[in-house]
Design a protein. Structure first.
Length: 344
């Protein structure tokens, strides 16, 4: 992309439509978000990508270790990607790599300082991918004990780094939920009630999502605390609309060149159903792979600004709707706030 074209896209997709502050709108965005450099007001998140990855390691919970990669090399590979994203007008990146899958809070803090992006990391355990990242103690401990571990990371910082998580990241395979997946969801619910951290749960399909909603309710947590991660994998639009009606966040986070039109159609459908206020969008991009030369193929974080926003405009969404997706909804979803189930 030449400089003139880049500046044109950047201004149209980010700066003009999204970066201009709206005092009345920002005033409604209350609460705090914990970033790797410290807490900020939710209103300062600005343009936000809610589901991205910087570095991942699929060696398994018992093998993953920061000794398996050179953090300096990873920093050099990743930083230009984040700088390109910042130049598009993005202000916050929510990094969804959980513990035992490559979470590295010190690397994230260094990248945040160098790129100027707010970066948000997480606590919690990931039970998807057939439990590859579930540590042994999670099978023996109760949901309350696991929740206490995650709450402690917020109270005292992750692994002595002083970096605090901004949300709970968990994951389950396609439904019905397994015993360990059910325990992880219950632990996430308890941690939310303890801390007010939002819940981003990788969800295999609609069956799992429906079960998660009911499980959260049984534990006294409103579905408003739950982001249905990878909701695009559920092809039944009525199910997505039902989840939004329950208050859950419908996260369409796999925007890629191949899926761009399908994602834009799904957003447009929810917009037509008057459910845009419960929709989150992102790309699930990045992925410096530990164990691959140079981190393997790192997918850019910029497609959403370069192609997806124009695709939404072609489907009738204007500045206000795009701002809802990329500014207002992320701030509402990730602000630290307890969301108990209202009395019947």
């Amino acid at each position: 992309m030449n400089r003139r074209a880049f500046l044109s896209v950047s201004a149209a997709a980010a700066g003009h439509a999204l970066g201009t502050r709206s005092p009345a709108g920002e005033a409604a965005l209350s609460g705090t978000v914990h970033t790797v450099r410290g807490p900020i007001d939710a209103a300062r998140m600005g343009v936000t990508l809610v589901h991205e990855h910087v570095l991942v390691d699929f060696a398994g919970a018992e093998k993953v270790s920061r000794s398996r990669y050179d953090a300096g090399e990873a920093f050099r590979v990743i930083l230009p990607r984040l700088q390109a994203l910042r130049q598009r007008g993005c202000e916050t990146l929510v990094e969804c790599t959980p513990a035992y899958l490559g979470r590295d809070p010190l690397l994230l803090r260094r990248l945040s300082e160098a790129s100027g992006l707010h970066i948000v990391t997480n606590t919690g355990y990931y039970g998807a991918a057939k439990d590859i990242a579930v540590p042994r103690h999670a099978y023996a401990e109760t949901a309350r004990q696991l929740a206490a571990r995650w709450t402690a990371e917020l109270r005292t910082g992750i692994e002595g780094t002083g970096v605090r998580p901004g949300f709970v990241k968990s994951g389950v395979d396609a439904g019905p939920l397994s015993e360990v997946d059910r325990k992880l969801v219950e632990a996430a619910a308890l941690c939310h009630l303890d801390t007010g951290l939002a819940l981003a749960i990788h969800t295999g399909d609609g069956t799992a999502a429906l079960e998660i909603v009911e499980l959260l309710k049984r534990n006294g947590v409103s579905p408003e605390a739950y982001s249905w991660v990878h909701a695009q994998n559920e092809t039944d639009q009525a199910t997505l609309a039902w989840a939004a009606q329950q208050g859950a966040w419908v996260e369409l986070d796999g925007v890629s060149p191949k899926s761009l039109d399908a994602h834009a159609d799904a957003v447009a459908d929810l917009f037509s159903r008057d459910r845009l206020d419960r929709v989150l969008v992102s790309q699930d991009a990045g992925w410096y792979h530990v164990g691959e030369a140079g981190g393997g193929t790192y997918r850019p974080h910029t497609l959403l600004f370069d192609a997806f926003v124009p695709a939404l405009r072609a489907r009738g969404l204007g500045d206000a709707e795009i701002r809802t997706l990329l500014v207002t909804n992320p701030a509402r979803a990730f602000a630290v706030r307890r969301r108990p189930l209202p009395p019947a």
